[in-house]
Write a protein that binds this ligand. Sequence first.
Ligand code: GDP
Length: 296
Amino acid sequence: MVLQDLGRRINAAVTDLGRAPTLDEKAFDGMLKEISNALVEADVNVKLVANLRKTIKNTVKFHELPPHANKKRLIQKAVFDALVDIVNPHQNAYQAKKGKSNVIMFVGLQGAGKTTTCTKLARWYQARGFKTCLVCADTFRAGAFDQLKQNATKAKIPYYGSLTQTDPVVVARDGVEKFKKEKFEIIIVDTSGRHHQEDALFAEMVEIQSAVQPHQTVMVLDASIGQAAEAQSRAFKETADFGAIIITKTDGAAAGGGAISAVAATHTPIVFIGTGEHLLDLEKFNPESFVSKLLG
Ligand code: GDP
């Protein structure tokens, strides 16, 4: 189910309620059930969905509504707020500061979209007047440096990497040191992923982190990851303590409910979403506008 379908289904459930001959508690419960089913089918964590249902019920307090209350409006607002709450961890992400070197390190599994997103984010900061560069510390995947080089060249962003150095910690440290000396304001470090979470990847992440001391660590999650997102993001959180999430491929066939559940599992804000393969396909994430757009 794609994201828009999820939105449409939730919207339809609320609209149908407004059209019901009598807006009674049975119709209200039916709407809650339909919204819950849609969310579960979109891979949102079952416990989160149960909580959302409870929250909406407790907010609306159907029994206590005065006879002439605008029930539909109240219910609509409760649904909207509860959905916003799912994607809002009430934590602020790191804000990059002009005039200093902000080091941002990316982590995530191979294929999640790290390398692509690094360049997108670099371009985003560059367009906002930051002196921006990229460091490729992915020495694991053959071709990773070439890919970053090509992307960076296209976006006219200075980059650092090595074709001969096989130790990613050395590459990361050298690159960050060089760019710090050159007074770059945004230094984005791409690291390697693996096909699966594994000890070697986690050990490497920790070593790179202690070598470059990032101001922000960003976890990249593929929207199609489904229910696996929670365990994965928890494991990454325990090891790399990332402070922000970027969900990629939101333009794809997955509704992204799993990736969205990672927010609640790790109390970490989504900062951007990837909306395509191109350099400009990156949108700043805001819980309210995301839900508004979802519901159309
Ligand atoms: P990495 O292994 O994590 O560095 O992943 P890559 O950056 O190489 O991305 C893997 C694939 O996902 C590439 O084909 C990218 O073009 C694609 N990709 C990344 N982000 C997005 C996105 O937001 N939308 C779409 N449709 N494709 C994406």
